[in-house]
Design a protein around this ligand. Structure first.
Ligand SMILES: Cc1cc2nc3c(=O)[nH]c(=O)nc-3n(C[C@H](O)[C@H](O)[C@H](O)COP(=O)(O)OP(=O)(O)OC[C@H]3O[C@@H](n4cnc5c(N)ncnc54)[C@H](O)[C@@H]3O)c2cc1C
Length: 316
C-alpha cells in the first residue's frame, strides 16, 4: 500500500495535498497496489476530492484537531503497519517535514526528503532529491520495507487519473486514547506559503514590523503568500513560518517579489526555483539583481504602494 498524509490548513485541503495524493496514487499504480489518504480532524473540503486525485481509500481520523507531530506520526505509522505500507508520502511543508523524522524512527524505515520526481524504480525504491540548497540532484536508494518520501510542494504537478470509487472510512482516535494535543503550526497570510503561486517577500530594508502594511497590502491584491528573510523572523518582525531560504522554507512559486532583501546566497537557496523573480531594492549593487528577471531600483516605501495602486487599477 501507499499511504499519503492529506494535510489540511484552516480545515481545507491544501493544493499541494492533491499533488501528494496524486503522486502517491501514481506510485501505487506502478507498484500494483492501492493508495490510502489519511485526513486528520474536522474538514470542510469534500473527502471525495482525494478520490478524484487517485486515492482508493480515505481514512478520516476524528477526535484529533490540532497538528502535533508525535500523535500524527503515530497514527500514520500504525496505518502503515496495518496495511503493510511500502511507501508513505508526505508534503515537504513545515508540518510534513516534522513528521518525516518521527515516522522514520517509529517504523525503523528510510526517509528521503526534498523529492522532486516520481521514483525511477520501485524494487528497491530509487528516487531523485534536490540537494545542496537546490544546486544538485542526489540519487537515493532505499532498501527498507517501508520508505517515507517527502516531496517538494509544487515540483511534480498533478495528472488526471481514471475515475476511482474510493472508500471513506472514519476512525475515532480519542477512543483509542492515543491523542496528544499540541499547538497548531502558525502560518500567516491568506495563502499558505509552500503552495502559493505568488509570494511577496520582504527583508531588513523594511526597517521595522510597523512598516509591513504595504507588504501585506501588495500580497492581498495579488492573492499572494507573504515571506521574509531570516533576520526578519529572527528579530521577531515576522513569524518563523514565513522565513524562506537555506534554513527556512524552500519555495518555487510562479512569481517571487523580493522587497528590501539583499539576495544573500542563503536566501537565494530557498527561492531561486521561482519562475519569475522581481527585486525592489534601493541599492543598485544589491546581489539579488543578478538573480532577478525584473529589477526596480528604488525606495520600497515609494515603489511598493505605487505598484499596489497600479495593480488595483489594472484589476478594475
Ligand atoms: C548558515 C546561514 C544560514 C542562513 N540562512 C538564511 C535563510 O534561510 N534565509 C535568509 O534570508 N537568510 C539566511 N541567512 C542570512 C543571510 O546570509 C543574510 O544575512 C540575510 O538573508 C540578509 O537579510 P536581508 O536581505 O533581509 O537583510 P540585509 O542584508 O540587511 O539587506 C537589506 C536590503 O534592503 C535594502 N534596502 C534598505 N533600505 C531599503 C529601502 N528603503 N528600499 C528598498 N531596499 C532597501 C538594502 O539595500 C539591502 O540590500 C543565513 C546565514 C547563514 C550564515
Amino acid at each position: 500500500m501507499v499511504i499519503i498524509y492529506a494535510e489540511t490548513w484552516n480545515k481545507k485541503f491544501k493544493k499541494t495535498t492533491f499533488e501528494a495524493v496524486n503522486y502517491g496514487a501514481r506510485c501505487s499504480k506502478e507498484i500494483g497496489t492501492e493508495a490510502i489518504a489519511v485526513v486528520f480532524g474536522e474538514c470542510d473540503s469534500h473527502l471525495a476530492d482525494l478520490g478524484n486525485h487517485g486515492a482508493d481509500r480515505i481514512i478520516h481520523i476524528q477526535g484529533i484537531e490540532q497538528f502535533e507531530p508525535f500523535s500524527f506520526a503515530t497514527v500514520l505509522s500504525d496505518i502503515a503497519k496495518e496495511f503493510n505500507g511500502k511507501l508513505i508520502i508526505v508534503n515537504g511543508t513545515a508540518n510534513g517535514k516534522s513528521l518525516i523524522g518521527v515516522m522514520s524512527s517509529l517504523l525503523s524505515s528510510s526517509a528521503i526528503s526534498n523529492v522532486t520526481e516520481l521514483p525511477v524504480n520501485y524494487e528497491p525504491i530509487n528516487v531523485h532529491r534536490s540537494a545542496f540548497s537546490s544546486k544538485g540532484i542526489e540519487k537515493c536508494s532505499s532498501k527498507s520495507n517501508c520508505t517515507i518520501l517527502g516531496i517538494v510542494p509544487n515540483s511534480i504537478g498533478i495528472i488526471s487519473l481514471e475515475d476511482i470509487e474510493s472508500i471513506i472510512e472514519v476512525r475515532n482516535i480519542i477512543s483509542k486514547g492515543k491523542t496528544i494535543f499540541g499547538e497548531s503550526q502558525n502560518e500567516s497570510g491568506n495563502v499558505p506559503l509552500p503552495e502559493a503561486e505568488r509570494v511577496v517577500s520582504a527583508g531588513r530594508g523594511m526597517k521595522g514590523p510597523e512598516n509591513w502594511g504595504i507588504i501585506t497590502e501588495l500580497a492581498e491584491v495579488l492573492n499572494a503568500g507573504t515571506a521574509c528573510s531570516k533576520p526578519v523572523s529572527d528579530i521577531g518582525w515576522r513569524p518563523h513560518s514565513e522565513h524562506v531560504g537555506q534554513t527556512g522554507i524552500q519555495i518555487n512559486p510562479q512569481l517571487y517579489i523580493a522587497i528590501g532583501i539583499s539576495g544573500a546566497i542563503q536566501h537565494l537557496a530557498g527561492v531561486s526555483r521561482s519562475k519569475t523573480i522581481v527585486v525592489i531594492n534601493n541599492d543598485p549593487e544589491a546581489p539579488f539583481f543578478k538573480a532577478a528577471d525584473y529589477g526596480i531600483i528604488g525606495d520600497a516605501f515609494d515603489v511598493v504602494p505605487r505598484l499596489t495602486e497600479a495593480i488595483k487599477s489594472f484589476q478594475k
